[in-house]
Design a protein around this ligand. Sequence first.
Ligand SMILES: Nc1ncnc2c1ncn2[C@@H]1O[C@H](COP(=O)(O)OP(=O)(O)OP(=O)(O)O)[C@@H](O)[C@H]1O
Ligand SMILES: [Mg+2]
Length: 314
Amino acid sequence: MNDIKTFFKNLNQKRIKTIFNVEYSIQNKLSNKKPLKKTNGNKEKSISGDLKFEKVTLIYPNGFRALRDINFTVKHGEFIALIGNSGSGKTSILNTIAAMYKISKGKISLGDTFISSNSKRKYILSLRRQIGFVFQHKNVIEGLLVYDNVKSGLENKLSKFEKLTGIILPVNKKKIYDALALVKLESLMFEKVKNLSGGQQQRVALARALVSNPKLILADEPVSALDVVNQEAVMNTFHRINKVEGITVLVNLHHIDLALKYADKIIGVKDGEVVFFDKTTKATPLVIKKIFGKEIKDITPQSIKDSLKYNKNL
Ligand SMILES: Nc1ncnc2c1ncn2[C@@H]1O[C@H](COP(=O)(O)OP(=O)(O)OP(=O)(O)O)[C@@H](O)[C@H]1O
Ligand SMILES: [Mg+2]
């Protein structure tokens, strides 16, 4: 019985794969003749550029002041790690970039565009479509194929025809393939997500964020739920995408060693304030103590040195 099940499963996967390959090769031939038109940016105002926080204060609706007078400028293409104690305000910073909450004071801009929840809803939705989000809980649908999970990242960009018929045009299939190739999972495209390791599943989530061609990736503790090996694999993938594709990455991390190993710069957040913003190589035991208000077990002068050495050799 199991053999029959496996036979049909393989047959079905082969069928989807063959259809995909034929369409993909046709698309490739076409795109060799004529470059693909970039759909992104034609209708929407592109949001690429430096990300600037000027005296930003965030007071949540219940009156809690989560961010105070925050200032920093992230240059386009930088890899930034946000570190700090639990409750210090890291997620709140990412929330304000995604315009989830209206800031109480100050300005946030991305390139020449101001981000603020005062803006029209249409604009905010357009902004969010251009940001890739990755969370601690992978938010992948385990029962579906890797392909379908990544496709869901394109939902807003599919045509009415594709939504109605479920037939995905080759140009969009190519986007799905390319996003998976970026996270090196193209060979598992027709595998069910539940058969993948935790790290691979998080890379599927990253591919889903990448498929809509974002200029900025915001990741909130993307490796917290993973074991050490998978943490490194996922951080390596973020790093490669940042360096190869030039996408700005802001990632909240609980693991100080990973921040030191992979980021260009660190934002140290303490009690709603930025107490350190500089190149990762400037981090010292004293800096870590300043951010966390105490010495951290396992983070020693030697471990900091080792992490920074790793970072330099990346
Ligand atoms: N929607 C909200 N309404 C009111 N207070 C909030 C809200 N979200 C967060 N806070 C409070 O703001 C502060 C900062 O929270 P935030 O989630 O930004 O911290 P964090 O640094 O991301 O913490 P963690 O490392 O635990 O994820 C906390 O005191 C939190 O309780
Ligand atoms: Mg958080």
